[in-house]
Design a protein around this ligand. Structure first.
Ligand SMILES: Cc1ncc(COP(=O)(O)O)c(C=O)c1O
Length: 372
């Protein structure tokens, strides 16, 4: 059976009429960028997260880089980031001229609070926490340390729409919560889109200005902003997606529960659950010492998987100048060698779920001399 990592068209097909009606409404409205649909989506999304304000922007990266900038972070400043994140988290720091300080992950793929306090210096101006794969990081410990040092937290929620920690939604712990609505995300647009949520009227206003050339009033440019506007089409389609997000998260959780219950193979480690967190399974990530062999085996049987992520940012070619070497963050590097995301998507059939389970259970690695 051929199974892709994600089949986004199934989400569309399920709610096709609603999406088509929303798209037609925009086409006929005469408003195409920053109009009533964006305003309505911002209100809907703020209400969904419980934040006072939501500001729509062009992407998750823009949500992050404008958030870093809104905190007046720039050259000479340090920002703490997890060593096992997607490159965008780090780009948001370096694009502002600041220096990323990497921290090892804990066993649940979140920034490890254990290493955090030691990494804080007088130059630390923010901590970016990433709720990787849809599971909240250790927010209780991280927020406590951040508060004790008076350092603002930015949450990278690109993968954690609707995920909770201690019954509070991710994105609601730090000064700013940054979301991506890239099509593969749990709440996905039909192009690029993102948003920042915050309870601060001042930060919301600043980001609102920055996304639109630094102006509140047309042609009055108070700050040197950027063009990171959300368009009406994406906003209208996101409003449809948002209405169905709770049931779609439940569906992902049901599939993940089946994987957890039925995948049993000593050569594979299932993702560890954090006690206080509610996982929304943006990705279902297993670990294997034989990851590349396992991925090849699944491919041979028609199942597509993906590695999130094969190169940790400190070893990325673009960050050679930071001077890091292999071995600097051994836990993050080990993860990069072992993680594999299995197919899990809305509209996945029972046969597809069962096929992934059976293949996982049947897997045996090709062993070298002293293994096995
Ligand atoms: C953890 C993380 N941060 C940031 C981003 C950036 O989002 P976007 O692709 O919308 O710029 C992504 C997604 O791609 C992500 O996974």
């Amino acid at each position: 059976m051929k199974i892709d990592l994600a089949v986004l068209g199934r989400r569309f097909e399920r709610h096709q009429t609603e999406y088509e009606n929303a798209a037609l409404r925009v086409l006929r409205s005469g408003y195409y960028v920053l109009g009533p649909e964006v305003e309505a989506f911002e209100q809907d999304f703020a209400a969904y997260t419980g934040a006072k304000y939501a500001v729509g922007v062009n992407s998750g990266l823009d949500a992050l880089r404008l958030s870093v900038r809104a905190l007046d972070i720039g050259a000479g400043d340090e920002v703490i980031v997890p060593a096992n994140t997607y490159i965008a988290t780090v780009l948001a720091v370096t694009e502002n001229g600041a220096c990323p300080v990497f921290i090892e992950p804990d066993a649940c793929f979140g920034l490890s609070a254990e290493y955090l306090a030691a990494a804080i210096s007088p130059r630390t101006k923010a901590i970016i926490v990433v709720h990787l794969y849809g599971q909240g990081a250790d927010l209780a410990s991280i927020m406590e340390i951040a508060k004790a040092h008076g350092i603002p937290v930015i949450e990278d929620c690109a993968q954690s729409h609707g995920a909770h920690f201690a019954r509070r939604m991710t994105g609601r712990f730090g000064a700013l919560g940054c979301f991506s609505f890239y099509p593969t995300k749990n709440l996905g647009a039909f192009g690029d889109a993102g948003a920042v949520v915050t309870d601060s009227a001042e930060l919301a206003e600043k980001i609102r200005m920055m996304r639109n050339y630094g102006s509140k009033v047309k042609y009055q440019n108070e700050i040197a902003g950027v063009n990171s506007r959300l368009d009406e089409m994406q906003a209208a389609l996101l409003r449809v997606g948002l209405r169905h997000l709770p049931e779609e998260i439940e569906e992902r959780q049901r599939i993940a529960a089946e994987y957890r219950e039925h995948i049993s193979n000593p050569w594979l480690a299932l993702p560890k659950k954090r006690e206080a967190a509610e996982h929304t399974y943006h990705q279902f990530v297993v670990r294997s010492k034989h990851r590349d062999d396992f991925q090849r085996y699944l491919k041979e049987h028609g199942v597509t998987t993906l590695i999130h992520y094969p190169v940790p940012p400190h070893l990325a070619q673009c960050y050679r100048d930071l001077g890091h070497q292999a071995g600097d963050f051994p836990l993050a590097e080990e993860m990069a060698q072992e993680v594999l995301s299995l197919p899990l998507f809305n509209g996945m059939t029972q046969e597809e779920v069962q096929c992934v389970i059976d293949l996982c259970n049947d897997y045996r690695p090709i062993l070298g001399g002293d293994e096995g």
